[in-house]
Design a protein around this ligand. Structure first.
Ligand code: ZN
Length: 346
């Protein structure tokens, strides 16, 4: 188990994070520090004023701020420090394996080379492994609200270094940008040996989840909460044990209580659910905080919370030997926390 997280709490429960946008871990203090270092003027007078603006009425309003803050990310060191700060926070919340999303087009469009981005994030991933024992790696996301040609160009631009990536994903504004648009680029990514995931069914309809499965051939669905609108899809997801990387606090902040309450319904439907933080700097909590919140609000039992952590390990792209190690760490945690009142322990 991580020596950085309190053993006697949910934060200490070993877990994998499978739905985390590294640019969504950009805390206001670091935004200001990098803006100063890079000589970039921010349209905010203080960290507090920027933090005050971290409130949204939906995905697109969040994305506006998410892309605005990224403007200060310029150098390999900036990406390294952004990711290292996440790994340190994640380690304190029991994360032992993290497959992190990044949005290269949001940086190359600003003149930052994709190699600068991948170099910084990869160096952080290597240091997180050597200093914190966190395994995992990088999932490169295509921005679905940009031309498909841009996704093809982005993929070809990393063909020489696919060994630095785990897989590809699809994110940004979902409504009006169906997965089917990206079938060819996903087929090319598979040819390159990359794993395949995609955001679908967050604000887009359940049909987008079908398309991601059938046309993109994804192995996991990111969010997927609107799958509940289609009982045939729920049956398919359950029968085929397709992992859903659900983000409760993100759903709450962007979709309100209806979206937030999808989690217990998905669990009740017998789906293969994992719990993740999505963009923790913006949505009020890292992955351990998500576990704490769903335990408090939904009254999930310790055994159910453990199952969610086990799901995150099994649904990961880690090698089987690493999965066995992490499942053994979870068993160790159970031994230490058998039947304890989790909410009483912080
Ligand atoms: Zn996301």
């Amino acid at each position: 188990m991580s020596q950085h997280a309190p053993a006697h709490s949910l934060l200490g429960l070993p877990k994998a994070e499978l739905h985390l946008h590294i640019e969504g871990t950009f805390e206001p203090e670091l935004v200001f520090a990098l803006a100063a270092r890079n000589g970039i003027e921010l349209p905010y007078a203080s960290v507090e004023e920027l933090r005050q603006s971290y409130s949204f009425d939906g995905l697109v309003s969040f994305l506006d701020l998410y892309y605005e803050c990224m403007a200060v990310l310029r150098t390999e060191r900036d990406f390294y420090e952004l990711a290292m700060a996440y790994y340190e926070r994640a380690s304190a919340q029991g994360v032992r394996h993290a497959e992190i999303f990044f949005d290269p087009q949001a940086h190359t469009s600003r003149g930052v080379s994709i190699d600068t981005v991948i170099d910084g994030l990869s160096r952080a991933a290597a240091d997180a492994h050597s200093t914190l024992g966190i395994t995992g790696g990088l999932i490169m996301c295509f921005l679905r609200d940009l031309p498909v040609s841009s996704a093809h160009e982005t993929l070809e631009s990393v063909a020489h270094r696919v060994g630095d990536l785990i897989g590809v994903g699809l994110d940004s504004a979902e409504a009006g940008f169906p997965p089917s648009l990206f079938a060819e680029v996903y087929s090319r990514a598979a040819e390159l040996g990359l794993r395949l995931v995609a955001h679908a069914g967050e604000e887009g309809p359940s049909d987008y989840v079908w398309e991601a499965l059938r046309l993109l051939k994804v192995e996991r669905i990111d969010h997927g909460v609107r799958s509940l609108e289609d009982s045939d899809l729920v049956d398919y997801l359950r029968e085929n044990r397709i992992p859903l990387t659900v983000c409760p606090l993100s759903n709450l902040r962007l979709g309100g209580h209806v979206a937030f309450n999808a989690l217990p319904a998905l669990i009740e439907a017998g789906l293969f659910v994992t719990v993740n933080s999505d963009d923790p700097a913006y949505f009020g909590g890292y992955v351990g905080d998500n576990f704490t919140q769903i335990e408090r609000v939904f009254g999930l039992s310790q055994s159910k919370l453990v199952e969610l952590a086990q799901n995150s390990v099994v649904a990961s792209f880690a090698p089987d030997s690493r999965k066995q190690q992490l499942l053994a760490e979870i068993d160790e945690w159970i031994g230490v926390n058998q039947g304890s009142q989790l909410s009483a322990r912080r």
